[in-house]
Design a protein around this ligand. Sequence first.
Ligand SMILES: [Zn+2]
Length: 451
Amino acid sequence: MADILHTSPNDWKYVSEGGATIVFSYKGPPNPDFDGTVLRLRKSIVPANGAKRVAHASFAQEEPDDPTIEYQAKCMEKLIPPEHLPRLETVFLNKEWLRKLSDLKDALRPEGRRAKDEIDLNRKKGVLATDLVGGNWVAVEIKPKWAFLPSPTHLSTETKSVKTQTCRFCMHSHLRSQEGEKVVTDYCPLDLFSGQKSRVLNAINSLWNAWLASEATVNNLKIFSRGKFLRPSEAHAMLADNTSKETQLDTIRDTFAAALVRYLLQTPVLSILSRLQRNLDVLDIEGLSKLWKFTESSAPLYRTTFASFFEQTSDSPSSAPPSTPLGVSSLFLNAPEPSIPDWIDFLDKYLSSDRPELDHNNPSPKYLHYYLLAYLLSATFKDCSIIIRMDMLEPGTEPTADIRPESVTVIDLDPKSMDKLRGWEKLDNDIVRTYSSAQKKVCVDEWQAPR
Ligand SMILES: [Zn+2]
């Protein structure tokens, strides 16, 4: 295992951070263990004034590897060809090294983040990964989001006409605009996933426009050049050295789009993600929720606990026994957080050629657990990002070189947890309810099974 404690915290450059992790790239003296790598560290909440930091009790003895590593090695590699996954490995850390790093780099972090969280100094392990953005290339990070329109089978009469016409992302954008978010994009993931050049170009242009309008703060497109995160005013940094620095922004946009579309049309990554999302979310959250309620209400203990409800006659149809929110364990129904062995078990079933044919039109309570895990896994693919590593842009020259498979990598493949489900069900409801009164956009799903 590479020994990171022998590198100086000075050799690590702050790159970026998300809600849970912060990323540094290696810029120290040549070192085969660390050249071309990034270090990903977990963050912890900044304690309120006066509160004491509490060490993770569960890590007192042996801290497990970051779950991302095990999840990738044991699960994701069964679904996504390894050439499209980053190299990930565990490195050991200590508090002294982390504190030095934190002291050196904290001032470089966005102010809003610094108020909220910091590097978790109690962690003993971090993740070393391929540096996908830091080399002599343009790295484009796209968060594609939902790739499909749901099957109408389990949708309610109120939601069916909405959800089968407008994709989830476009409806969510509408909700965000209603809630007052300033930059709302007209990007439609179904364009990106369509496999058709003109539609993929549309998607790229929409992503670019939102990138411009938001000053690169939009979530769905990030651009890096030679390791530097670019804002629109720095778009020239995408150009090859021999290119005129007078190049207009529109020319850069067109060159960017022409280069990117080649990668997106040639890589199998988008169709793999689309197929996985769709095949793992066959019931929609509405169907999953119905199956959950039905399974719970079939439990013998539930029937006896709420016997009075079941004995009621149709005179009082308004009263129904209470049900437990989706994904929350109760006395009647157990929905434990999936462990890695649970995921492996699920994937063995999912990928087995002789698995019993599940009747998705009439899902059985017997398979509730299967459908729950399938939905969570689908959510991982709805929320992941892809990074495309392209040559520096040269306006006016037509790129012809073959695209190497490993130029497109899938990242942010974290397992999702059961306790997200109830929130997702509510969000789905809010999104569709708000959209019902909107001007309906028509999103075309090229890969939809004929109805
Ligand atoms: Zn759409």
